[in-house]
Write a protein that binds this ligand. Structure first.
Ligand code: NI
Length: 182
């Protein structure tokens, strides 16, 4: 379909509470998902949420299709996260344990910050056909889901940084590493 431009921090749409998707398996929904997938792939993102392309609906996509895994070496140590379309998600921390980790965001280009996230997460929702999804995940997978679902409630990762000294330019924190935004 199309690579869309990604809204950057400061756009009001990124601060909205997005509305639930009401109908599954519609041409409009499939087109939106294709746009999100094209945009995420073009920008090499770990995930993307519909509000980031100006559509205030509770829909995120994340992860990599098995065929693409070799193309994206940004997180060589991270568990691989399967490609997932997640609609109307409900996320529940399994316990109170949190860990710090670096995050970036396509809507906050050129910057990185250390964000605390729950380590163990249950998430539920639906795919684009209305099939239920219910998973228990941890670590990087859990972090990606928390980051993307935050977008549906108008939360960007800089709002969750506990020490702003841990927020800065990617090329300053990681010189020469050619880390790109996600
Ligand atoms: Ni983001």
């Amino acid at each position: 379909m199309a690579v869309k431009s990604v809204l950057r921090m400061g756009e009001p749409c990124l601060l909205l509470k997005a509305a639930p998707v009401e109908q599954f398996d519609t041409p409009e929904l499939h087109a939106l998902i294709q746009d999100l997938e094209d945009t995420m792939q073009a920008m090499n993102g770990a995930g993307i949420a519909a509000p980031q392309i100006g559509v205030s609906l509770r829909l995120v996509i994340f992860g990599q299709k098995a065929s693409d895994e070799s193309k994206n070496p940004r997180y060589p140590d991270a568990d691989s996260v399967p490609y997932t379309v997640l609609i109307n998600p409900v996320i529940t921390p399994v316990n109170a344990e949190m860990e710090d980790g670096w995050e970036g965001c396509l809507s906050v280009p050129g910057l990185r910050g250390i964000v605390p996230r729950y380590v163990y997460l249950q998430y539920a929702g639906f795919d684009q056909y209305g099939n239920a999804i219910d998973r228990l995940v941890s670590r990087f997978h859990a972090r990606v889901v928390q980051h993307e679902c935050d977008h549906l409630d108008g939360v960007l990762y800089p709002m969750r940084i506990t020490n702003l000294k841990d927020f800065g330019y990617t090329e300053v924190f990681f010189p020469g590493q050619n880390i790109i935004d996600d």
